[in-house]
Write a protein that binds this ligand. Sequence first.
Ligand code: CA
Length: 233
Amino acid sequence: MSLSVLVVEDENDIRELISYNLLKEGFEVVGASTGEEALKAARREPPSLVLLDLMLPGVDGLHVCKTLKSEPPTQSIPIIMLTAKGEEADIVRGLNLGADDYVTKPFSPRVLIARVRAVLRRAETPREPPATDETGDVLWTRRLVIHMGRHEVSVDGELTEELTSTEFRVLVCLARKPGWVFTRQQILDAVHGDNYAITDRAVDVQIVGLRRKLGSAGESIQTVRGVGYRFRE
Ligand code: CA
């Protein structure tokens, strides 16, 4: 069964370039040049993934993202946003609306295809942590062992300085989905639930503490400028 990608892009050259490369890789492709067309196409036949340009005439990409992610038949379809440099604020809004990833223009077709495959792979195993024991109590990454029950973290087998409960939850949130970019708002929601009134800066403070306590593994918590953070070893 071949996977299908809905390519939403109003610039014909770019849409055709993307479509050509996806077809060459064996994907089925449906193109849309407006937000309205995109919604119609996704509702008619939900694709495996949506590549979504944010700057569209009329109904823009963020609105398309929000709509698809709020309607049950389409909400589990992964969305990769296509964005321009300097659109960090829109990237943050898109991620908060449920978009799965983004690629900044100009991009090479090879990078785009790799990203499509990575997001499809992740989508197959939703919420699957990298590795846990059968109780889900321990989370292993390449260098870290995060013991939920004992509230302990070790790096390369060495126990770290004790983490605060917030630092611990921030780490678990990021490390459960290696490579995913989380916005500050998403981290706050994961750590405190939706009703916690606290500023984005508080997340930055937690990250600083966390990196310090993780020592050489602290660099696994990467800053994604203007967007948020991700865990990548
Ligand atoms: Ca555009």
